[in-house]
Design a protein around this ligand. Structure first.
Ligand code: FES
Length: 123
């Protein structure tokens, strides 16, 4: 079994163009997921952190929506260019990226820090 320390869910839900809710796929969900996978691999984190495709996370108005587990941190309006900051600050160093947080996350009161993750050493 892989020893995964975090899962990062990226919404790639797709709706028809005339749906008033819109969707994360149309806002670049697949590009966000691809950039995340590329960054995790490049930094030696692919065995510790899994990038997961997700269906609708019920935060459509904030899409592209990204959810990090196990700490349950929700990010919104994420673009591919935001991924290096999420990886560096949150996934590697355990600090939330405040500017991308979706509002109303009481579990983050007191600005908790989460465990750091050591990248896999290249041999
Ligand atoms: S379509 Fe992405 S959160 Fe609903």
């Amino acid at each position: 079994m892989p020893n995964l320390q975090r899962h990062v869910f990226v919404c790639i839900n797709e709706r028809s163009a005339d749906n008033p809710k819109g969707c994360c796929m149309a806002r670049g969900g697949a590009q966000v997921r691809d950039r995340l996978k590329t960054e995790l691999k490049a930094r030696g984190l692919a065995k510790a952190i899994r990038a997961n495709n997700s269906g609708c996370l019920d935060q459509c108005e904030h899409g592209v929506t990204v959810l990090v587990y196990p700490e349950q941190v929700w990010y919104g309006h994420v673009t591919p260019d935001d991924i290096p900051e999420i990886v560096e600050k949150h996934l590697l160093n355990g600090e939330v990226v405040e500017r991308l947080l979706i509002p109303d996350q009481p579990q983050l009161a007191g600005h908790p820090r989460f465990p750091k993750i050591e990248p896999e050493k290249k041999s």
